[in-house]
Design a protein around this ligand. Structure first.
Ligand code: SAM
Length: 346
């Protein structure tokens, strides 16, 4: 290996070794409200002023802000030998809570649920069983029972899931023309964020969000604007309870929570109740057919290993699940982040 190659490799090693630090710095700045404060202030602030307004230590705050500059979450300009900090575009758009594109809630979930859970990755890989199997193994919905212990936890998870649709909701809902499906069920639809995208794109459709009782109870308490009257909620367990007849069933980031057998069980049930000509729309991150990348999907497959009993799959693997369940016409499209697969009933 030449000296340059060696230096490059050691650099790569360094960044990979310390990736967790970068995430935690980002989570901490979000949690403390650094980006919200700087967006609201409308002008750059000194480290001392930020510490005072956030009630944090001057020394810790200064180091956190400097690291955030390194991560390009903040920018710093010197004025009269004092450093003044402001948000970068990335922070204003995606990290400040009030931004319509915020990813704040997903970061909170990553920090409070995923990050602590990852410390068990070695054991999980050794034993092949996710984090919650041990603690909640006897319960049929073990991973969700574990995530939904309190109302706050239900809210935290629902909010975290919703953040993705601020970025990709329109794209995934418009990948296929869904205007021919007047009655839609969003199974495992959480608080209804994707349902909102759906009715705003297809004003003639009605969407019922079907989810576990704790989630629906919480979702019903959220204010829904009057133009979203086409959305209703229904409590239920899609494995245990009957699923009503409809033209289209959406399963967004839901099949990846389950093993193949459970996915086939659910898809078979939907094939039976689906109206002729109707279908099932699956939205998931997809692995390349040769299973080499995209790296983002491999990362999420690790998350699925830790937190659920499922995994990420290739488009062919999803198509095979559809076919086993009785669907013959299965098409898929690639979005910028998610794949969209539509299986139709003849
Ligand atoms: N579809 C939403 C999205 O993409 O934002 C949420 C995805 S989340 C990973 C999975 C959803 O499935 C959760 O809202 C969870 O409560 C729901 N869920 C899990 N098991 C369920 C079951 N047996 N019956 C109904 N919903 C269930």
């Amino acid at each position: 290996m030449s000296v340059t190659e060696d230096t490059e490799t050691i650099r790569t090693l360094f960044w990979q070794q310390h990736g967790f630090l970068m995430s935690k710095i980002m989570f901490t700045a979000c949690e403390l409200g650094v980006f919200d404060l700087l967006l609201e202030s409308g002008e750059p602030l000194s480290s001392g002023a930020i510490a005072e307004r956030l009630g944090t230590s001057p020394s810790g705050t200064e180091r956190l802000l400097e690291a955030c500059v390194g991560l390009r979450l903040l920018r710093m300009e010197r004025k009269d030998s004092e450093g003044l900090y402001g948000n970068t575009n990335l922070a204003n758009l995606y990290l400040a809570k009030s931004s319509p594109k915020t990813q704040y809630h997903y970061l909170k979930h990553s920090s409070e649920v995923v990050y602590p859970g990852l410390q068990f990755l070695t054991d999980i890989v050794r034993e092949g069983e996710g984090l919650f199997k041990k603690t909640h193994g006897m319960l049929p919905n073990s991973c969700f029972e574990a995530v939904y212990r309190t109302e706050e936890e239900v809210q935290r998870f629902s909010d975290a899931m919703d953040d993705a649709w601020n970025l990709y909701g329109r794209e995934v809902m418009s990948a296929f023309n869904l205007s021919h499906f007047p009655l839609i069920y969003d199974l495992g639809g959480g608080s209804g964020a994707l349902a909102k995208e759906c009715v705003s794109l297809y004003p003639n459709c009605m969407v019922t969000v079907f989810d576990l009782p704790k989630v629906v109870e919480r979702a019903k308490k959220q204010p829904m604007s009057s133009d979203k009257r086409q959305i209703t909620f229904q409590e239920g367990d899609f494995f245990e309870d009957p699923v009503p007849e409809a033209d289209l069933y959406i399963l967004a980031r839901t099949l990846h929570d389950w093993q193949d057998e459970k996915c086939v069980q659910l898809l078979t049930k939907l094939h039976q109740v689906c109206r002729p000509g109707g279908g099932v729309l699956v939205i998931e991150m997809l692995l390349n057919e040769d299973r080499c990348g995209p790296f983002e999907t491999h990362l999420f497959s690790i998350l699925m290993l830790v937190l659920t009993e499922g995994k990420e799959r290739t488009a062919s693997e999803y198509k095979a699940l559809f076919t086993t369940a009785g669907f013959r016409d299965v098409q898929h499209k690639k979005g910028s982040h998610y794949g969209i697969i539509l299986g139709r009933k003849q």
